[in-house]
Design a protein around this ligand. Structure first.
Ligand code: PMP
Length: 392
């Protein structure tokens, strides 16, 4: 069949990460490529018990269509969780979504016209670029340093006419950076004073290795910030459960968009997750995830120290799942990847994470799914390969 794809579909290309993941599924490849949480943290027993209980006690509503906004008690639970942040959230400000990835799509549909200015970090989450790009925005990359976005780069000329700034303040994907409190305050002030909407994407906020939390942008500028949360990194990504917190007029618009997309987030999943979280399960579960990820991050940092040649730089994340590596300028990580896979080690090249002006000498390492001994082995292979390109 000769398909006549829409102009929008024609512009789509496959995610570089997904293409690489196919190769790295082979068991002898040590993969630092995937953005997957560790399956060792999945709450299998809690899921089994909650599923049984939901089916025994409320099968009819759990298996029925539900409201587009999401399950009432789960909206209340999410609102209460975020109210402890320093400012009150009403349940009517919460919309459940099919993963936070859907929230990115709904927001793009509601706020982006072709040519709309959208401000993004340098670099930023590839999945958000994919979601937004379908609606043909005009991206402006906002300068960042090793601590994240630079508020002073948001001059009045940059902000002028922007539909929103897309920001990842906690353990950013891809860099693992966390935005310091002073910069959050500066951003919130800008948002309030200039009326700049901010989309705050926060799937990793609970994964601080010390269990600390910096104030969310939402708590600092509740009117201007659209906050995205997810159960993917604290329970399991296969649940496909995320949420948006925003003011009611925006939520009402997103609900209309969501109705057209999928009517509502699965009732059954919401019931099961509510059953789990309302018992306080996350308080006992999340510390174990933090400890595991902190250990693996430490193993990778130590291996990088041991095996990376001079001229290679990386950050030391305080939480989350990623380390960002900068190679000497002359090296292109995309061309390095083919050789790396032949050496049975994989990473994600940094270039696709840039909305504009990609930096080819960067790459992302994900450490949470690999045991420490394999981390050591994989980083050694990578270090050796990079060294061969720097000799002579
Ligand atoms: N935002 C960011 C920054 C992410 O890293 C991810 C997952 N890789 C998502 C959103 C999507 O998460 P989910 O749809 O599983 O909630």
């Amino acid at each position: 069949m000769q398909w006549s794809f829409s102009r929008r579909a024609q512009a789509l290309t496959s995610s570089a990460i997904r293409e690489i993941l196919k190769v790295t599924e082979q068991p002898d490849v040590i993969s630092f490529a995937g953005g997957l949480p560790s399956a060792a943290t999945f709450p299998v027993e809690a899921m089994r018990a909650a599923t049984r209980k939901v089916l025994a006690e409320r099968a009819e509503s759990a298996l029925q269509y539900g409201p587009s906004e999401g399950l009432g008690p789960l909206r209340e639970w999410i609102a209460a969780q975020h109210s402890s942040d320093g400012s009150e959230v009403r349940p009517s400000q919460v919309l459940l979504t099919t993963g936070s990835q859907q929230a990115l799509d709904l927001i793009a549909k509601a706020l982006i016209d072709p040519g709309s200015r959208v401000l993004v970090e340098t670099p930023t989450y590839l999945g958000a670029l994919q979601a937004f790009s379908l609606f043909e925005p005009d991206y402006v990359s906002v300068a960042s340093d090793e601590h994240g976005l630079l508020p002073e780069a948001l001059t009045p000329e940059v902000i002028e006419g922007a539909r929103f700034l897309y920001a990842l303040p906690n353990f950013q994907n891809p860099t693992g950076r966390r935005l310091p409190l002073s910069r959050r305050e500066a951003l919130a002030t800008l948002a309030r004073e200039q009326g700049l909407p901010i989309v705050e994407d926060d799937p990793y906020g609970d994964l601080d290795y010390q269990g600390e939390r910096l104030a969310s942008l939402r708590s600092l500028a509740p009117q201007q910030v659209i906050h995205l949360g997810s159960f993917s990194k604290v329970l399991a990504p296969g649940l496909r459960l995320g949420y948006v917190i925003a003011d009611e007029p925006l939520i009402a618009k997103l609900v209309q968009v969501k109705q057209a997309a999928d009517l509502h987030t699965p009732s059954f999943t919401q019931q099961v997750v509510h059953e789990i979280v309302s018992q306080g399960f996350l308080n006992e579960h999340i510390p174990g995830i933090r400890a595991l990820y902190a250990e693996r991050c430490g193993a990778m940092l130590a291996a990088l120290e041991r095996h990376m040649p001079r001229g290679v730089h990386w950050n030391r994340p305080e939480g989350g799942m990623f380390i960002w590596v900068t190679l000497p300028e002359a090296l292109d990580s995309t061309s390095l990847l083919g050789e790396a896979i032949r050496e049975r080690v994989a990473f994600v090249p940094g270039a696709p994470f840039y909305a504009t002006a990609p930096r080819a000498n960067t790459l992302r390492l994900s450490f949470v799914t690999v045991a420490p001994a394999r981390i050591e082995e994989g980083v050694e292979r990578l270090g050796r390969l990079i060294a061969t390109h720097l000799e002579g």
